[in-house]
Design a protein. Structure first.
Lengths: 262, 424
């Protein structure tokens, strides 16, 4: 394990290079260019607003600005997670097939680079989000210091899942489709458009989804200037670390047979 | 033992033929199936085969080892194991120092990136640092000869340009151990020479080289020692010329074994000069090729065709007894027929393979073919390239100014008188 990590460190330039390549290729020759990073989150935010408006109508309430802000804050990390897992999962079997069978280097670079390039999109979209939040008059507060912790947890989780999905879909062709379905419908099981709190006591079942406490935490510290629910955050952090560690071990265990199984 | 750069010890590699479970959907019923039915397991065993069996060798620092063998003998598997893309099923291997593999040199290219961007990408993939690439960038571009197109996306490149760029990056990695697999066949003649030159530089620079090729000439040129591989097993390992002749002998005995079912068999092909059997010739010398046929059944209206291929097995010359005006012949079972072709070897420096074909003259049906039947080595004094040697001489060389200029500046035209060629 230690030796493998040292090797990964040795190849860090390649990791940046692959991430850079993925970003460059995505932005090159596309008419939308930087719009690409924003389009997907904008679509999610807009559908979230529609859903939120429907809730408000059903409850005979006014749609609050804070609700819209909360949907926006939670949509971006969700989009990041989905894109890391999707790109990471396909990184071995689609975009880098030749490299997997022909040249040696630590292959976890591919799913990790996918996380990095998705992070780049996320940062650009966050720029737009900051403007949007400022327009909604969301205040700046000390609770924003929680944001890096929450994002780091999310990145850790995305990397772990990305490695598992990448290795899994190399061996079994249908893993890709299963994951695609999970990513599409996962948004309904994760508090993106709604808050876990809306379910009252039953909301804690939703928080068992490790992504949920992260999103709820982001919403709390950005839009409500509160600190996240610490026990649930600890749960997510634990889950993320285990998934990164387990995902890495799983990936490295399968790696030697990648070339002949692909 | 620090002088050993590369070592394989009793390496075995097993592959599975046919489909393996490709999806969870197939795997789950298959797993539950095997629990109840034991025979599926033994079926699985049958589909396994050994791509490599008990391969052991050592390469010393600064040495070049060639690996030769037919397609499917396991050459590429050895390289993949050494470059750690695959793991051996059994056995040990040790590599000391930075290893670079010239296998599929353009594998890391991305279609949408420019040549320059791909140099950085591929260089990093091959283990160079960013700073290293920057310092060698001009060298790499110059080597590829693609200066004009370096900022064009590589998807617009021709396949030759693509391969040239790939090789240029790979050739500048400065490895301790270099693995080369058939990449020298990329590009045109001039680029191939450049690659050979670069290989020589790398070898002279003290790198250890493992060279896999069908091209016996380049193996003979680069490697003092070679390993002959057949069906995943080591046949011989030793000095290259011995290994090459053993390789050719084995293909000869394989030919005879396969010939049993035929009506007429080419039983012997030998090349000689006036002094006796010989495989090394000078350009322009005469060679005699003795051919012996043995008839197993009676057959009629036979004719013998002799053709010569170059090292890439491209035919460069073709003739036959019939076309040379000799009548066709018939043989009874058990009869032996011999004939001799005389050839003037107007061939350039290189390796050539005479091949023999026996066919029925009127129906043009093939009775037996032995290709390549043997291998001859031709050397020439003059630096001529290609297959044929036309014995060129420069008999005149002059520079003449254009007529218009001549009018303006009388006397400015320098005419170099005939330059007599130095030789003869």
């Amino acid at each position: 394990m230690r030796e493998e990590l040292r090797e990964l460190y040795k190849y860090r330039e390649l990791l940046y290079m692959i991430a850079y390549r993925d970003i460059k290729v995505r932005y090159k020759q596309s008419i939308m260019a930087f719009m690409w990073a924003i389009l997907m989150p904008i679509l999610i935010v807009m559908s979230g607003i529609v859903v939120r408006y429907a809730y408000a109508l059903a409850a005979h309430k006014q749609l609050q600005m804070a609700d819209i802000a909360s949907v926006a804050v939670k949509s971006l990390p969700w989009a990041f997670l989905v894109s890391s897992i999707r790109f990471g999962g396909n990184s071995l079997i689609l975009s880098n097939r030749d490299l997997v069978t022909k040249i040696y280097f630590p292959k976890e670079i591919f799913p990790l680079a996918a996380v990095m390039s998705s992070l780049f999109d996320f940062v650009i979209a966050s720029g737009a989000l900051v403007v949007f939040l400022a327009a909604l008059r969301i205040h700046v507060s000390l609770s924003l210091l929680w944001v890096p912790v929450l994002l780091l947890t999310l990145i850790t989780l995305a990397s772990g899942i990305g490695m598992v999905v990448a290795a899994g879909s190399l061996f079994f062709r249908d893993v890709k489709y299963i994951v695609e379905v999970l990513l599409t419908f996962g948004i309904f099981f994760t508090p993106v458009f709604y808050d876990a709190g809306m379910f009252g006591d039953k909301g804690k079942w939703l928080l068992l989804n490790p992504v949920a406490p992260i999103l709820e935490g982001l919403s709390a510290c950005i839009t409500r200037q509160q600190r996240p629910d610490l026990p649930w955050l600890a749960y997510s952090v634990g889950f993320a670390v285990v998934s990164l560690f387990g995902g890495y071990v799983f990936f490295k265990h399968l790696e030697p047979s990648f070339a002949e199984s692909i | 033992m620090s002088d050993v750069a590369l070592r394989m010890e009793h390496v075995y590699k097993k592959f599975r033929k046919g489909e393996t479970f490709n999806s969870l959907r197939d795997l789950i019923p298959a797993l539950t199936g095997t629990m109840f039915r034991q025979q599926e397991l033994s079926q699985k065993d049958k589909r396994e085969f050994w791509a490599l069996r008990d391969i052991s060798f050592e390469v010393k620092r600064g040495e070049a080892l060639g690996i030769i063998g037919h397609n499917g003998a396991g050459k590429s598997t050895i390289l993949k194991i050494l470059s750690r893309i695959m793991k051996p099923t059994k056995g040990e291997l040790a590599v000391s120092g930075r290893l670079s593999a010239l296998i599929e040199v353009s594998a890391g290219f991305h279609q949408d990136l420019t040549g320059r961007e791909n140099i950085f990408l591929n260089g990093t993939i091959l283990g160079m640092t960013n700073r290293e690439i920057k310092s060698k960038l001009d060298q790499i571009i110059a080597f590829s000869g693609l200066e004009e197109f370096i900022d064009t996306p590589v998807k617009r490149y021709s396949s030759g340009m693509y391969a040239r760029l790939g090789f240029s990056v790979a050739a500048h990695v400065d490895p301790d151990v270099l693995i080369v697999d058939e990449v020298l066949s990329v590009g045109d003649y001039v680029f191939q020479q450049k690659c050979m030159e670069r290989m020589r530089e790398v070898i002279n620079g003290g790198a250890t080289v493992l060279f896999v090729s069908h091209n016996l000439k380049s193996v003979a040129e680069f490697c003092q020692r070679s390993l002959l591989l057949e069906h995943g097993e080591t046949v011989t390992i030793g000095p290259t010329h011995e290994v090459i002749s053993s390789y050719l002998n084995r293909s000869r005995s394989a030919h005879l074994k396969a010939a049993e079912s035929k009506s007429v068999v080419i039983s012997k092909v030998a090349v000689r000069n006036p002094a006796g059997e010989c495989l090394r010739f000078h350009s322009g010398e005469k060679a005699w090729i003795d051919i012996e046929l043995t008839a197993c059944k009676s057959c009629s209206k036979l004719s013998i065709s002799l053709y010569v291929t170059d090292e890439q097995y491209q035919s460069i010359f073709d003739t036959s007894t019939e076309r040379l005006g000799y009548s066709n012949f018939s043989l009874e079972a058990g009869e032996i027929f011999t004939c001799t072709f005389e050839l003037q070897l107007n061939l350039a420096n290189g390796i050539f393979h005479p091949s023999i074909l026996v066919y029925r003259y009127d129906t043009q049906t093939e009775s037996d073919r032995w290709a390549p039947a043997t291998t001859i080595y031709v050397s020439s004094d003059e630096d001529v390239r290609g297959a044929a040697h036309l014995f060129p001489k420069v008999t005149r060389q002059e520079t003449r100014a254009e007529v218009a200029n001549l009018m303006e500046m009388p006397g400015a035209a320098a005419v170099i008188p005939d330059v007599a060629p130095a030789k003869n």
